[in-house]
Each structure stands twice: as structure tokens, then as C-alpha cells.
Design a protein around this ligand. Structure first.
Ligand code: BES
Ligand code: MN
Ligand code: MN
Length: 462
């Protein structure tokens, strides 16, 4: 029987080349100029699932980009693993900060990736991690080692909120029926510190618009006498945090899950160096809510951040002007039990209430989703833990992540099954940033670990 390690050794170059071909297609879901490329990527995924041994693969159309669905059912009495991933990517801008073009993948060595890393938009988030599952499937089917049933659901709108996937899931409960959902779209602590993500934050994303006078004004003739929307907006935003960096929106913390001392002590055991963290980001200190550590601030505490702010004159030189309007895009990361629609409502009422006379305020909700936590005693978690134990020689550490995959809580609600988040990226892989990359070691380690998850999950389910 072919062993996964020798299979990887023999096929390593092909595994890399296939991923590189996939990364060349700019499947940017946010930008309609790339529509054909997004569609082309769905076709490429379909073909790869067929080649990997799925019995049926379909491109399921939605009101947005299609969902690629494939399956191989070997025995109705065996468990079924549903793999989810996304083939869309974030826009690559700012382009001038990339050391090589985002859709011309190259493999380069880095300090953390001595075996090389593939540099391209989507390398880690999520084409590279999603494709590990396709290659693991290929290994299992071609060597007659697939122990259970598999369903794949790969979508093209994760980076823009998964709203059509939510509809698809609600309408296809029977088709998607499964015993566990498996996703690789998160990270791990370090190359020699495997971890399984046990929590994701929720999200509420809004855009705000502050309007003052009916037209842009001369800042000398009118300055000081009318509200300047940019001054007002920045003051309003500044008031959303107090001196302890606590969010000031009334009711914001009402449903926040409070972790026990023991749980926080357990979390603090995960290896972490504040010095390395600061060095990696070139900052002289960290910043955040009083009373919490860095790891707590970005995992178990909710946050509010401005993602973009604009208005007025930003061109070359100086123009003396009071703009008629100012805008900002604001995201709130939420923790389990906070309801994103309720938080959006609380934000909206509060933001409207703090607007001074002389301006009007409009809040437009974008998208959102609930947070997620999963226990470490489920069959799926145990199977994943055993798989990592085999391939890394260490028990993986459960870790809550600060990122969001809003569809995960909907999976649990609609499909009634637990999601196991086996992420193989590093925080330093620059997802959503220029020079995104994914380690060759991580890619191959993922392909090696996934079949063991199937094996142990099937065994534990007996
Ligand atoms: N894969 C990421 C989320 C992620 C990354 C979670 C690393 C944990 C660790 C996903 O593609 C993503 O970027 N999600 C968005 C939310 C989405 C609604 C646009 C996010 O977290 O900003
Ligand atoms: Mn992702
Ligand atoms: Mn992403």
C-alpha cells in the first residue's frame, strides 16, 4: 500500500505546479472586472475534483458566483466528511508593494520558510489550503485508501460575505448532509507548534457617511462657521473607544462571553513571544483593551476598527476646502453570543445619536456573521488531534482565532454538524496583504495530515 509520505515525495513537483496554475487566475470576487476569471477558476476546480476521484461534480449556479460541488459516496453506512473552501481571493492592491506580481506565482525562501514559499494572492487564503484537500482526496482514491464518504463544497464569494452560499446551504440540507465539516482556511501557531482553531470571531461591517453643507466650501470663507464633516466624523469615531480602549456603544458588551480564570490560564499556555510579535510588525509596543493580553485582545474580545476613511482633497499639493461629505468603513469583530444583527443595530442607533447638529449621518450595513466556538471533545476534534500527532509528532494546541468565516456558524445551525478547522497557514503569511505566501512545508504537511483525519474520524465513528 502506498504511504502518503512516499506519494507526496513522488508527486511534489506536480502538486506545486498544479497549485501555481490555479493561482495564476485572478479570481477576485470583489471586483466585477474579474468576473470571467472567477468563473474560469470554478471550472478549473471542477476539473481538479473530477481528476481527484469525485464521482459527480457540478457547478451550481447562484445569484452570484457558482459553488463547485463534488462527491464520492462509497457506502451509505460510513460517515461523510464535508470539505468547505473558497476559490475567490482578495483584491491584491496596493500593487506597488508586491515584490513579484500577485498573479505570477514564484517560490522563494524566507526565514520562516527555509523550504520555500509560494508567493501569490490566494496562495494561503484559500486556494493553497483548499487544494491540499483536493490532493489528499487524489491520494486516497488513487491508492484505494478512502475510508468514508466525501463531499466538497468550494465557493467563490467567501471574501465578499458568502450570502449566496447561505441560501444554497438552506436549500440543500439533504444534499449536504454530513457527519463533520472540514475546513482549512485558518492558521497554526508555528511550523513546529501545530494547532487546531477552536473559535472564530463574528463580524459586523458597516459604512458611515456624514453630510454637512450641500457643496464643498472655501475653507476660509466658511471655515469655523459650519460643521466640517471630516472633523466631525473623526471626532465621532474617536469617541467610540474610551481611555481603556473599551468600546463605548451602549449594550455592546452585554452578551460577550466571559471566560473563566482557568480558561484564560489555559489560553496563556500557548507559546507566544511579545518581543517577536513586535519585531515582526516593526512596532515599539502593542495597543489594546486594558486588562487583556495580546492573544486575548485578538481572540476572545470584541473590537471596533476603521478599515478606511476618506473625504475632501487628497491630491497633490493643497486645496483649501471644507468637504460636503466624509465617509468611513468600520468593522466590528464579535465574540460568541454577540449577535451581529443586533450589534449592527446598536452601532447604528448610537452613531446617529452622537452626531452633532449641523450634520446628518447615514449608516449602511454591509455584511456580517456570527462567531463560532467548538469543543475539544468532539469526535472530529479528537480525529484531527490524532492526525496532527502522527504528522508533527506533537499534540496540537486548541487556539481561538481572531479572524472570521461567518458561514461556519450557519453550517452548525442548518446542517447540525461540527466544523473542524485544520489551518496550516502562519499569521506572517500576509493574507489580504501584499506578498501573500504559503509555505511549501505547510502545503505538503496539510496534504499529509488530511488523509489521517479521514482515517481516524472513520475509526472513531464506529
Ligand atoms: N480565511 C479568512 C479568515 C481567517 C484567516 C480566519 C485566518 C482565521 C485565521 C477568510 O477568508 C477571511 O478573510 N474572512 C474575512 C471575513 C469575510 C466575511 C470577508 C475576515 O476575517 O475578514
Ligand atoms: Mn479564507
Ligand atoms: Mn480572506
Amino acid at each position: 500500500m502506498t504511504h502518503i509520505q512516499s506519494y507526496i515525495k513522488e508527486n511534489k513537483d506536480r502538486f506545486l505546479n498544479e497549485l501555481i496554475e490555479l493561482l495564476k487566475i485572478p479570481s477576485i470576487s470583489a471586483d466585477s472586472a474579474y468576473r470571467n476569471d472567477v468563473l474560469k477558476t470554478a471550472e478549473a476546480i471542477k476539473l481538479s475534483l473530477e481528476k481527484a476521484g469525485c464521482d459527480t461534480v457540478e457547478i451550481c449556479t447562484t445569484d452570484g458566483y457558482p459553488i463547485v460541488y463534488g462527491e464520492k459516496i462509497i457506502d451509505k453506512n460510513l460517515p461523510t466528511v464535508l470539505v468547505y473552501g473558497h476559490y475567490d481571493v482578495q483584491p491584491p492592491d496596493p500593487l506597488d508593494l508586491w515584490n513579484s506580481p500577485p498573479f505570477e506565482p514564484v517560490i522563494k525562501k524566507t526565514a520562516l520558510h527555509p523550504e520555500g514559499a509560494i508567493f501569490a494572492r490566494g496562495a494561503c487564503d484559500d486556494k493553497g489550503q483548499m487544494y491540499m484537500h483536493v490532493k489528499a482526496m487524489e491520494f486516497m482514491t488513487s491508492t484505494d485508501q478512502l475510508p468514508c464518504n466525501v463531499k466538497f463544497m468550494i465557493e467563490g464569494e467567501e471574501e465578499v460575505g458568502s450570502s449566496n452560499l447561505a441560501i444554497f446551504v438552506k436549500e440543500n440540507q439533504e444534499k449536504l448532509k454530513n457527519d463533520v465539516i472540514l475546513i482549512s482556511d485558518t492558521g497554526m501557531i508555528a511550523q513546529d507548534v501545530p494547532s487546531i482553531t477552536t473559535g472564530l470571531r463574528g463580524l459586523s461591517y458597516v459604512e458611515v457617511e456624514v453630510t454637512g453643507p450641500n457643496r464643498d466650501l472655501h475653507s476660509g470663507l466658511y471655515g469655523g462657521a459650519v460643521a466640517n464633516p471630516i472633523n466631525v466624523l473623526t471626532k465621532m469615531i474617536a469617541s467610540l473607544h474610551d481611555e481603556n480602549n473599551h468600546i463605548t456603544i451602549p449594550g455592546f458588551y452585554d452578551k460577550v462571553e466571559v471566560l473563566s480564570k482557568e480558561e484564560r490560564a489555559e489560553m496563556a499556555k500557548a507559546p507566544f513571544s511579545l518581543d517577536d510579535y513586535k519585531k515582526a510588525l516593526d512596532i515599539n509596543d502593542v495597543y489594546g483593551e486594558t486588562g487583556y493580553t495580546t492573544n486575548e485582545r485578538n481572540a476572545i474580545r470584541p473590537t471596533l476598527d476603521v478599515n478606511g476613511i476618506w473625504g475632501g482633497y487628497t491630491g497633490e499639493g493643497a486645496k483649501t476646502v471644507i468637504a460636503s461629505k466624509a465617509y468611513a468603513k468600520i468593522s466590528m469583530r464579535l465574540v460568541p453570543h454577540q449577535d451581529w444583527e443586533e450589534i449592527t443595530q446598536l452601532f447604528t442607533s448610537h452613531f446617529e445619536s452622537i452626531a452633532p447638529k449641523g450634520v446628518t449621518v447615514k449608516v449602511t450595513p454591509h455584511h456580517g456573521g456570527q462567531g463560532y466556538v467548538t469543543p475539544i471533545n468532539s469526535l472530529g476534534y479528537k480525529a484531527a488531534s490524532k492526525a496532527y500527532q502522527d504528522t508533527f509528532g506533537k499534540t496540537p494546541i486548541p487556539q481561538r482565532s481572531g479572524g472570521s468565516i461567518p458561514i461556519v456558524s450557519l453550517f452548525e445551525q442548518e446542517l447540525k454538524s461540527k466544523t473542524i478547522l485544520m489551518g496550516f497557514g502562519l499569521d506572517s503569511d500576509a493574507i489580504h496583504s501584499p506578498n501573500e505566501h504559503f509555505g511549501v512545508f505547510n502545503y505538503l504537511k496539510g496534504i499529509e495530515t488530511i488523509p489521517l483525519f479521514y482515517k481516524y474520524f472513520t475509526e472513531l465513528s464506529k
